[in-house]
Ligand binder design. Structure first.
Ligand code: TRP
Length: 448
């Protein structure tokens, strides 16, 4: 059967940017910026994205496009008969674990969007009321499961429609919408009285704040935000046609992801300062602090609807990329139909997601290695499986694949002159600098 490809460069960009831009940009990045001292964190983050994570990103695309196969098949094809197929296996299993809990948070976004539409975030509620609303909601049994089910069904529906007419088409419509939504919200936030303080916090670095913990948080976030180490960029890379320029598509994706994270921060930080809240609120930011702000600002109800809509869209374009990894594997290695594969992935992720969701309520006393199920999935994937997958991947590209093959892929057989000139530097980063850097995140994640 003929393998599908993305249609053109814009299609590749929206799919990859769609995977990268997600809850990590709208929720994790702003609260890390808040916790790690504002502009100084952003300064370090820029280095991490463009110098360290971009070469890893390109490596994943190179493996995908070179093999034109799913995450498992890729290693079987490029290193036949070796143990590298186990890396392929991890690259297929991790995204299924991630999508199951990502979908639970996606489901919270769906429920909060519905709350925003029924004007629940109006009338000046207090910060503690918002806190207990969120606490009651996630620990209840049914509504989070309903949200998770809706979110996962939406994901499945897009993936079933195929690479070109599902994933690419959805991205082409939704990614521009997402940028417009976040710009609208940022403009509203920047015009609140007292917003200037928040903007200063984002753009005026205090370099004395940079220390080891800032660096490892920035690198970890860059890794997470670019969706590295989980087989998703590899799988999308396998749908990139031989004509595309890998360096250009990857750089555009990283830039779009960074810009979006900055826009999200510009939408959130000024509002946090305008309401005299502490920027170091942490993970409760999106579902507690923001609804509090919405309920207390003029036109807040519209902003709330737009914001939670943006959150759903951003999360969906990421979850389809996770979902596709399992589907591509089942179709190509196990000869499932696309529909059959999508249904099987749905069932597995649905059941695992329900367990994650219940771990905030009835199953909160059930611990594995001292963690609730949700936290176990989150920590296991973000702290162990993702960095391990990323590390092994750059080692594979830098040390196992033939240098000439890597350069050939990077320069489209020597035809892209700029890439030819850059290839020595990029190869050096992939071979020496990136493995050491990823090892550092890995080690720091295990230590802290
Ligand atoms: N990059 C996504 C975000 O910023 C989250 C994420 C991490 C992800 N790893 C992934 C998404 C792998 C898809 C695939 O929200």
């Amino acid at each position: 059967m003929e393998r599908e490809n993305f249609g053109n460069r814009f299609g590749v960009l929206v799919a990859m940017a769609g995977s990268a831009i997600g809850l990590g940009n709208l929720w994790r990045f702003p609260y890390l910026v808040g916790s790690y001292g504002g502009a100084a964190f952003i300064f370090v983050y820029i280095f991490c994205v463009f110098l360290l994570c971009l070469p890893i990103f390109m490596s994943e695309v190179i493996v995908g496009r070179r093999s034109h196969a799913n995450a498992y098949g890729a290693f079987k094809k490029l290193a036949p008969g070796t143990r590298w197929k186990w890396l392929g296996a991890i690259s297929v299993i991790t995204p299924i674990i991630v999508v199951s809990y990502y979908s639970v948070v996606g489901g919270w976004s769906v429920e909060y969007f519905l709350k925003a539409c029924t004007l629940e975030f109006t009338g000046g509620m207090s910060r503690s009321e918002m806190g207990s609303m969120f606490g009651d909601f996630i620990s209840s049994v049914w509504s989070p499961i309903v949200g998770h089910t809706i979110f996962l069904l939406l994901t499945a529906a897009i993936v079933i429609s195929g690479v070109k007419s599902g994933i690419e088409k959805f991205g082409k419509i939704m990614m521009p919408v997402l940028f417009v939504l976040i710009i609208l919200i940022a403009v509203r936030a920047a015009t609140l009285p007292g917003a200037g303080e928040g903007l200063r916090y984002l753009f005026k670095p205090d370099f004395s704040k940079i220390d080891a913990s800032v660096c490892s948080a920035a690198l970890g976030q860059a890794f997470f935000s670019l969706s590295l180490g989980v087989g998703t960029i590899l799988t999308y890379g396998s749908y990139v046609s031989r004509k595309e320029n890998i360096a250009v598509s990857s750089t555009y994706t990283a830039t779009a992801d960074f810009l979006f994270a900055m826009l999200a921060s510009c939408a959130i930080m000024p509002a946090v300062f305008a309401f005299g809240l502490n920027p170091q609120e942490g993970p409760g930011l999106v579902f507690e602090t923001l609804p509090f702000i919405f309920s207390n600002m003029p036109l807040g109800w519209i902003v709330a609807i737009l914001f939670f809509l943006a959150l759903i869209v951003a999360a969906l374009t990421s979850s389809i990329s996770l979902y596709e990894v399992g589907v591509a594997y089942l179709v190509e290695e196990k000869h499932y139909s696309r529909r059959g594969a999508s249904i099987l992935v749905f069932l597995v992720a649905w059941v695992l997601g329900i367990l994650c969701s219940l771990s905030f309520g009835p199953l909160s006393g059930f611990h594995i290695f001292g963690q609730t199920i949700f936290n176990l999935f989150d920590k296991l994937s973000a702290n162990v499986l993702m960095p391990a997958g990323g590390l092994l991947l750059v080692v594979f590209v830098g040390w196992v694949m033939k240098k000439s093959d890597v350069i050939d892929e990077f320069t489209n057989g020597g035809t892209l002159k700029t890439n030819v000139r850059m290839s020595g530097f990029v190869y050096f980063l992939i071979r020496y600098v990136c493995p050491v850097a990823v090892l550092a995140v890995f080690a720091s994640a295990l230590i802290f």
